[in-house]
Design a protein around this ligand. Structure first.
Ligand SMILES: N[C@@H](CCC(=O)N[C@@H](CS)C(=O)NCC(=O)O)C(=O)O
Length: 213
């Protein structure tokens, strides 16, 4: 397998955590997003969306979208499972993961920020306010939900890491990098700390990647 990765990409960070949990170590290729390598012709041939991650499987199928890639990994290597058993529990975990992957992360993606600044001409201050606002709104709802639900345990769902934790940890790392105050989210902080005691999470951190700058 070959993973197209970038140390600071939170979507790629999700896939790195899942690969580590599964004990799978693919070949890696690094797509430098700040240098727009995601829009180079050779990468667009692989993923016309011009986004990382992409995973090329052993039979040369190109997979895109971090959550689809993670579910693929979970299917080819079922242990440890990344989704709990039971339809309602699985839907809860997917719901938490999608709240991050669909409703927080895309609003703050590099191309969105570049469009705000480059095309719409907003000031840096306004762009940063946009970034922080959407993270804040999203994390606040997640905090309420996780603090209230009985199903929340050491991790987002019970006492084993799932797809929800795989999405939460990179999103919190992003928030901290952008100096968003995460103190109002104690449950998220607690779960993030629990995840990062596990080598699978800690080793996937941006600073530990070969392309880290
Ligand atoms: N929904 C996609 C999102 C992928 C994505 O947005 N990747 C970002 C990095 S986290 C990217 O490649 N951005 C490049 C750009 O915006 O130009 C997934 O989960 O894989």
């Amino acid at each position: 397998m070959k993973l197209y990765d970038y140390f600071r990409s939170s979507a790629a960070y999700r896939v790195r955590i899942a690969l580590n949990l599964k004990g799978i170590a693919p070949e890696r290729a690094f797509v430098h997003l700040r240098r727009n390598a995601q829009r180079a012709e050779d990468y667009l041939l692989l993923n016309p969306q011009g986004l990382v991650p992409a995973l090329v499987t052993d039979d040369a199928t190109v997979l895109t979208q971090s959550l689809a890639i993670i579910e693929y990994l979970d299917e080819i290597q079922p242990q440890p499972p990344l989704l709990p058993s039971g339809p309602a529990a699985r839907a809860r975990v997917r719901g938490l993961a999608l709240a991050i992957a669909c409703d927080i992360h895309p609003l703050n993606n590099l191309r969105v920020l570049q469009y705000l600044k480059g095309t719409l001409g907003v000031e840096d201050e306004q762009k940063d306010a946009w970034y922080k606002y959407w993270i804040d709104v999203g994390l606040e709802a997640l905090e309420t939900r996780l603090a209230r639900d009985k199903a929340t345990g050491r991790f987002c769902h019970g006492d084993e890491p799932t797809l929800a934790d795989i999405c939460l940890v990179p999103q919190l790392a992003n928030a901290r990098r952008m100096n968003v105050d995460v103190a109002p989210f104690p449950t998220l902080i607690r779960i993030d700390a629990a995840c990062n005691t596990l080598p699978a999470f800690a080793d996937a951190a941006p600073a530990k990647q070969p392309d880290a700058e």
